[in-house]
Write a protein that binds this ligand. Structure first.
Ligand code: ADP
Ligand code: MG
Length: 365
């Protein structure tokens, strides 16, 4: 895929002590939906603002479609930004809000009308042309802000937490809408969010950030199934971590001794015998064995907690050494109350070796 944005050793140090972005190199493919994901303060907005030209890097370069734009002001980059608060003009109608940027570009009256029509049609709000922002719902205002940003046909659209002002239900709906819109217009989207679900649902590529750096980049599935560190496994999805030690290992698998049992894991780098590690297990990848059922990779424990979460049950299971792991039990809608495992019940948990994450111990904390 051709790169539309290339960041080369990009940094923003606000002061010697305050590092916004620290030496990031990253390539964004043309037409891609890429998300910057991470906790508050990890540098997502700083990185986005530098790409848009609203923040000056302290080091490094930014290329857009092969051209060095590091020193160019925002309006000279074929990049547009949707701000969190939408920044619509309250005294202008929807139509004039969307047309505003085109007027500045000096487009003809006819061209403006056609392009505003196309943009509003795209977001499904052409009938709101003559209304004012305060007459619209939050979701509609969000869509107008999008229409206003894409009407100028930028190569890249930057979105900083674009859905955070919406309530949960609407946000979920807008996630798929925004994704569909992006596919339709074919513009590269770079979005910032701290919401892992949002990132998983919408993105082609996710960049997980940690303290101004890239912790891992990959597709949603790569990050979910192969987190590169405890930090990423902790941030995306739910993971139980347990300390362990490598008992035996070859190039592809390892046997790991835990305080409360022993487990086989697939590995993709060498581990030495005796090496201390941290393993990670996802609750939804653990199966509770029925009585008499056997499986190759089993941990034994007792149910110590039963949490109902709608889709199913999450069981806290305490192993022999007192450590606890979580295992999900999806509920068929006919599940009888008597089939819910009671606290204290002895259970066996099966997990496939490729669903056991193994991290070097020093990655912890
Ligand atoms: P995020 O968007 O991931 O929450 P930011 O990019 O806003 O993170 O901030 C990254 C770091 O840079 C934080 O420590 C933040 O306090 C600091 N920072 C952001 N903007 C400024 C600024 N204008 N001046 C000084 N420090 C800033
Ligand atoms: Mg931010």
């Amino acid at each position: 895929m051709t790169a539309i944005i290339e960041l080369d050793h990009l940094s923003k140090h606000y002061s010697p002590a305050i590092i916004g972005v620290d030496d990031i190199s990253l390539s964004v493919g043309d037409g891609e939906f890429l998300t910057l994901l991470g906790p508050s303060g990890c540098g997502k907005s700083t990185l986005l603002r530098m790409i848009g030209g609203f923040e000056e890097p302290t080091a490094g370069t930014i290329r857009l479609a092969g051209q060095d734009v590091t020193a160019l002001p925002p309006y000279r980059r074929a990049i547009n930004m949707v701000f969190q608060d939408y920044a619509l003009f309250p005294h202008m109608t929807v139509g004039r809000n969307v047309a505003y940027g085109l007027k500045l570009l000096g487009c003809s009256e006819l061209e403006i009308r056609t392009r505003v029509y196309d943009a509003l049609k795209l977001v499904g709000l052409y009938d709101k042309l003559k209304l004012y922002p305060h007459q619209l719902s939050g979701g509609q205002r969000q869509r107008i802000a999008l229409a206003r940003a894409i009407v100028r046909r930028p190569k890249v659209l930057l979105l900083d937490e674009p859905l955070s002002a919406l309530d949960a239900k609407l946000r979920e709906q807008m996630q798929t809408e925004l994704k569909r819109l992006q596919e339709k217009v074919g513009i590269t989207f770079i979005m910032v969010t701290h919401d892992q679900t949002e990132a998983l649902v919408m993105s082609d590529q996710i960049v997980v950030m940690e303290k101004g750096r890239i912790a891992q980049k990959g597709t949603p599935q790569q990050l979910y199934d192969h987190p590169a560190s405890i930090y990423v496994a902790n941030f995306i999805g739910t993971t139980t971590f347990l300390p362990g030690a490598v008992e035996a290992a070859d190039h592809a698998t390892a046997r790991i001794a835990l305080g409360g049992g022993e487990i086989a894991a697939n590995i993709d780098r060498p581990f030495a015998r005796g090496e201390r590690v941290t393993i990670g297990l996802r609750p939804e990848k653990i199966r509770i064995l029925a009585e008499g059922e056997t499986a190759p990779n089993v941990l034994k424990g007792r149910v110590s907690e039963v949490i109902y979460y709608g889709l199913g049950l999450r069981l806290g299971v305490t192993l022999a050494d007192g450590s606890r792991i979580f295992a999900d039990l999806l509920l068929p809608d006919t599940l009888a109350r008597s089939q819910v495992p009671p606290v204290g019940l002895a259970v066996r948990l099966a997990v496939a070796p490729h669903n056991v994450f193994v991290f070097a111990e020093e990655e912890a904390t």
